[in-house]
Structures are given as structure tokens and as C-alpha cells.
Ligand binder design. Sequence first.
Ligand SMILES: Nc1nc2c(ncn2[C@@H]2O[C@H](COP(=O)(O)OP(=O)(O)O)[C@@H](O)[C@H]2O)c(=O)[nH]1
Ligand SMILES: [Mg+2]
Length: 377
Amino acid sequence: MNNLTQDQAATPASGKRFRLTVRSAEEAVRVIRDKLGDQARVLSVRQVGGEGLKRFISSPKLEVIAEIPADDSDEISDSGLLEEAEVSEDLAVADKEAPSSNAPNLPEDPGLSDVSFDESNDKVRLLRKAGFDLNLLGEIQSWSSWQEMKDKPLADVLKEITVGLSDRFRSTKLTPTTDKIALIGAPGVGKTTTLCKFLAHEVFMNKKIPFVLKVENGIPNPDDALRIFCEVIGVTLFREPEGMPQVSEESPLYLDFPGLSLSNLQDWVEAKQTLDAMQVDTRVLVVNGAYERDILLRSIRSAKHVGATHLAITHFDELSNSTKLWPVLLQEDLSPLCICNGQNVTGDFSTNVLNQLISRTFPEELYARGFSSYKNV
Ligand SMILES: Nc1nc2c(ncn2[C@@H]2O[C@H](COP(=O)(O)OP(=O)(O)O)[C@@H](O)[C@H]2O)c(=O)[nH]1
Ligand SMILES: [Mg+2]
């Protein structure tokens, strides 16, 4: 749950200021980093309580004022008056001017400009304000059921969106995994961490005896952390296929790949040759869910060259909500495999992708509003 508004009063010379309402300091750090970038500086923090009925159904919030300096030499001034502005516009400004800290710097998502909104509809305005992904909002408005649902009370609209998304999710391709599972993707997205989570799950929950092959394919793939983790949980790590035991349901093989560059398709083509030669049928594309949509889509496009079958999403814990991921999951041909929620290799992981996405689709504040809209009927 967060709310970000831009200081319209600030002149470009003194940078742009944003007011941010969050539930915790941790969330503030995350949202500032995701939406405003590394350059953003916090000017003030203050605790705010709810009003009226909301005081009883929502916990205290923090109001944070942050600024993106227009120029490093600028002095920070905290004397300006902040004015409320449309949140979605502010987010667009923030996204354009301060790309996500850990994502490569790529052009703005071309799809966004095509999304049109029914501004006269209060639900659309509310969802935009709540930080709902604009592409998803555009998609929902194109549903045949939208015309009927859009004028219902908020609680009903939220419920019908949830049902609509769940139905669409259930109709996506579900491919079972096989006994040979490769984790592939761009550098640093969380491939090895995700692999360790699967290993721990196999050993402790499924009581299986997995083993691991570390692949290099001419690209360095340091393995200190993986080696130590395998030692700790009693899994054998191989560095070449020779001498590996027979793969079976009880003894599945996991392959740890080096990062494949998004700007070098040849990396992906070569990985495909290795996977084909080893008859690895389950090819999991790992993406960092906190990256911009454009980069996620680029990754998915590159993964076609490797014959990817499944999708694993990491860094879900760093997202303020899951709405950006819905259109990615619903449109693409990859079977959703898991969501990773943190760095803890023996936890922070779920294969119930639908539940994870649903639980982070609407901020609690919207449910609270939906609840009060019922009371007004
Ligand atoms: N917050 C968060 N960090 C993660 C997650 N998955 C991986 N990481 C971190 O991301 C960094 C890169 O992970 P790693 O598995 O080495 O990436 P690889 O290069 O793709 O193998 C490490 O610092 C991990 O601890 C996640 O779901 N959430
Ligand atoms: Mg790795």
C-alpha cells in the first residue's frame, strides 16, 4: 500500500518532490528505490493516523516526503508547500525520470502510450490512484464484463476483477515439470538463489535426493554460495556431466546456468544447444519481478531462443503490488512456476503463484474503502 504524489510547486531547478504514504519504514525504502531511484533523498517523515472509520480498520501510516534532485549541485530546501496531484501522473514522471535502481537503463515501455482510460469512471480513478499498473487497468477495461461491473459498488468491482484475473490465470498453459530442471535468465536475477530454494524443498519436503550440475558454457559462473549450500544440505554438485548418477523422479537434476546477456542472443542460443544435448525439457526462465515491464518482456523474448517452458519470478518482496506482473503472466506462453519472496534460501518461496499474485493485487486501503462503500448502501 502506498500513495505517491508529486510536488507541483517545486520548480524544475530545485528538483521534484513526492509525498509518499506507506505502512512501514521498510516499505518506504522499497518504494522510494523502486519508483524514484537511487538519487532520491528523504526530506521528512511523519506518522499519520486514519480518519473516521478508517482509523479503526487501518494501522498507522508514515508520510514521507522525498525529492529527486534535478542537479547534484542543488541545495535541498524543505520549505516548499506540497500540493496534491494525480498519483498516476506522478508515477509516470517518477518512472521516466528515475529508472529502477537494479534494472538496466532501457527505453520507456512503448505499450503504455497505447493504454486509454475511462477517466469519468470513479473506480478507474481510484485504481490508478492506488498505484494499479496502467497496462493491467487498460486490459481490465477491455473485458466484456467491464461495462456491467464498472458502476457496481467498489467491493463488487474488486471481487469481479479478482475473479476475472483468477479465471484468466487458470486458463494459461500449465506444463508439468520433468526430472531435469534448468534455471536460466539474465545475470543477477536470482537464478542460483531460486535453484537453492528448489533444492531445499526437494530435500526437506519431498524427501528426494536431487543433484546439481553447474554449467559454464564459456561464461564464468562462480559457485561459492551454491557449493556451500549443497554441502550443508548434502546435495552433490557436479561441474561436468561426466560421472553424474542416473536422473530419476527420486533423484532429479537441477542445472545452474551463468547469466545470459539480454544484449547477446548468442548466449541464449548456445544455452539451448547445451540443454538440447542433455535432453533437459524443463527450462525455467528466472526474472526479477522488480524490473521494469519492458525488461521483463525483453527477457521473455530472449528466452524463446532457449526454448523456455516455465517462469519463476524473484524479488516479489520488493514490489509494492503485483499488478504489473498480471499482463506479463497472462499474455506469455510460459507456465508460471514459482514466486520468490526474499533472500532466504530455505524459505521465501511459493509455487502457488495465483495466491501470491491475488494477495498483492489490491492495497488493503482499497478493501477498507470497499467495505465502507457497502456500509453506505
Ligand atoms: N529481495 C530478494 N532478493 C533476492 C531474491 N532472489 C535472489 N535475491 C538476491 O539477488 C542477488 C542475486 O541472486 P543470485 O541467485 O546470485 O542471482 P543469479 O546471478 O541469477 O544466480 C543475491 O543477493 C540474492 O540474495 C528475492 O526473491 N528477493
Ligand atoms: Mg548464479
